[in-house]
Structure formats: C-alpha cells, structure tokens
Design a protein around this ligand. Structure first.
Ligand code: UFG
Length: 350
C-alpha cells in the first residue's frame, strides 16, 4: 500500500468538526471531477482510495487531497483510513465499467463491483459512518419499457455489469434496515464531457465511449470510427442516448451528500438531461465543434445496445434540487474537445 498525504492539512482536518469524505475510485473519470468539486468548491477534506489500475494520480489536481493507493477489497488499507480519519461519508465510484467485458468475464465484475465494496461497508458499520453515495447506472434497468425512464422502471439488467451494480443497490437497502447506513444510488445515463478548463478529463484505456472515439477519429489519432448499427427504430437509424455532463454528475454527488447529511433516507435518483442525441447527431456536433471531418465507417449493431435510453430525472430535481445545467450537446462536446486538444492531449501520461 502506498500512501501520499499532506500531513498538516490532514491533521487540521482530523482536529476540525467536519470529518473527511472518502472517495473510492476518486482518481477515475467521474470520481476525479467530484473530488475536485468537493475539495475546491465545497472546501471538504477528501481522502481518495484508488488502486490506480484505471485511475490516474495526475487527475487529483486539488491541493490537500490525500491519495491512499490501495484496493477497496484490502481490509487493512480500508480499516487504516477509518482508524486514521473520522470519515463522515463515502462516495463510491470504484468499479469496472465495460459492459462487453462483463459478459465474457462476469466473475471479475461481481468480485470488483459487488463483493469488494462490502469491505468499505463493513468498515463503515464498524466506525459508525452512515452515509454512502453510490455510482450506479441506467444499465440496472435493462431493456427500456418506456422513454423517458423513471426510477420506478423495472430493474432487469441484460448484462453482468448492470447486474453487479443492481446487486449492490439491493445490498445498500439491506444496510439501511440493518445498520442505519443510508445511501443515494445515483443512476447515471451517459457520462460525457470534461472539466471546462480542460485540466482533467476522460482517459480510459481501452476507450469504448462514443464521444472520445469520435473526437479521436476527428483528430486523426485512430482510423475511422465505427457507427454500431444504422437500422434502429430511431429517426436516423442510430442509437439515442442521454449525454449528461461530468460536471453535472459531480454536482449531483455533492447534493446527494448534503441530502444525507440533512438526515435523508435511502433513495435512488436518475441523472440525465432528459434529452436524447443520436450517434449521427453526436458526429455532426463534433464536426461543428472541431471544424474537422469525422471519418466514419458503418458496422453491425453492438450486442446489448438498446435503441434509446433517456432519463426522467425529475426525482433528482424534486429531492436534491439538482438539474442538469449543461444540456446542449455541442457544449458538452466542446468541453471534451478542450481536454483532448489541450496541454495533455486527452491523456494523463504519454
Ligand atoms: N457507439 C458507436 N461507436 C463507438 C462507440 C459507441 O456507434 O465507437 C455507439 C454505441 O453503440 C451506443 C452509443 O454510441 O449506441 C453510446 O455508446 P457508449 O459506449 O458511449 O455508451 P453506452 O451507452 O454503451 O454505455 C454507457 C456507459 C456504461 C453503461 C451504459 C448503460 O458507458 O457504463 O451506458 O447502458 F453501462
């Protein structure tokens, strides 16, 4: 286990009334944006637990954030954090997120996404920490029965990734009943975009997501990008998704934490804009933003892709006072492009 910390800040925090917020997977894409918001805008003391398998040390740009480089299944490392700090709440991102991979290797997903977080929940129970924000997904719903999808939509995942997240959602319900650990299960639609100043962003390896793939093709980093399917029952034949900006997602975590701190009970909230964009529309918007043509080839449908996923996020607005602010797809792509065209060229390491 490696531990990096700023001793004075950590000491001061331990002495202050407010405890720390533990962010698992805080060096990843959505986690790093949330850590930055918690630290820089909310003035919270943040401890990140990340094994850096997919996360990036360089994504932790805020002063005073502590990184504990360890796996969340490592009970000694997790226990050490709870012994050292007074942990007020946990924001849990750490997970594997490749739907296709989960079909080929489900045990990897159940072990990491369902079983490993139990170590964190056990430490919470032992130390009396009762607030947990969970990075869940619209993949817990499975095939859409209606559009837009509300939280009461049937949850019947069609892949182990969605199932691994749904299982943890259920475990969290039991944890409230048994131990009083309250949670907000945040069901993201399609996370997209990057920090507007281009300082941090999306750097997955491998990259499977549409917007970065479109922008990489535009920049000439890759060959033509493949459009997976043009025969869907949508106006232009390509899949429709609800692209929600990562900054809006980060803000939802802050609001959800505030809700639990005010005594809120366990709940689930969809996070989306309520607006869909097709693959074709994303490509057109990317060409407009970059001024570059996007080389495209047309391929077969990708297995497991529903034609349309759009959120009804009205519960998050009612309960948390949260609403997506960046709803224009061009603006979302502009922020992704700022990161890809900026100093780091969309990569934390060369
Ligand atoms: N797509 C392409 N070409 C690409 C990449 C994607 O045509 O190179 C299409 C996909 O087929 C899909 C759309 O673009 O129709 C969006 O695909 P993404 O891979 O960007 O996102 P997904 O909707 O597949 O996945 C997202 C999250 C998952 C989550 C899932 C829930 O990334 O973690 O939503 O359905 F599980």
């Amino acid at each position: 286990m490696g531990v990096d910390f700023v001793p004075r800040r950590a000491f001061l925090s331990a002495m202050s009334d407010q405890g720390v917020i533990l962010v698992t997977g805080g060096a990843g894409y959505i986690g790093s944006h949330t850590v930055r918001m918690l630290a820089e805008e909310e003035g919270r003391q943040v401890v990140v637990l990340d094994n850096l398998v997919f996360g990036h040390r360089e994504a932790l740009v805020s002063e005073g954030v502590t990184l504990v480089e360890a796996d969340m299944a490592d009970a000694a490392a997790v226990g050490g954090i709870f012994d050292r700090y007074r942990v007020d709440g946990v924001v849990h991102f750490a997970a594997f997120c490749y739907v296709g991979e989960s079909v080929g290797d489900p045990l990897k997903y159940y072990r990491n996404n369902t079983a490993a977080p139990l170590t964190v929940l056990e430490a919470m129970r032992e130390h009396g920490c009762d607030k947990f924000i969970f990075s869940s997904t619209c993949a817990t719903y499975g095939e859409p029965q209606e559009i837009p999808m509300s939280e009461s939509h049937r949850q019947q995942p069609i892949n182990p990734y969605g199932e691994s997240k749904l299982m943890l959602e259920k475990i969290l319900s039991d944890c409230e009943a048994a131990y009083g650990i309250r949670s907000v299960r945040l069901r993201y639609f399609n996370a997209s975009g990057c920090s507007p100043d281009g300082a941090i962003g999306e750097d997955h390896d491998p990259e499977t997501h549409l917007i970065p793939n479109v922008l990489r093709a535009a920049r000439g980093d890759t060959g033509p990008m493949t459009v997976f399917g043009t025969d869907y029952p949508t106006p232009d034949g390509t899949c429709i998704r609800d692209y929600i900006h990562v900054q809006d997602l980060a803000r939802a975590h802050v609001k959800a934490l505030g809700y639990l701190e005010a005594g809120g009970r366990t709940t689930a909230c969809n996070l989306g804009t309520g607006k869909g964009a097709s693959v074709r529309e994303i490509i057109d918007a990317a060409e407009a933003v970059t001024g570059l043509p996007v080389p495209v080839e047309y391929g077969e449908r990708r297995e497991g892709d529903p034609p349309e996923l759009v959120a009804d996020a009205s519960w998050a607005e009612e309960l948390l006072g949260w609403k997506a602010e960046i709803t224009d797809i061009r603006t979302i792509i502009e922020t992704a492009w700022a990161w890809m065209d900026g100093e780091r060229k969309g990569r934390y390491s060369a």
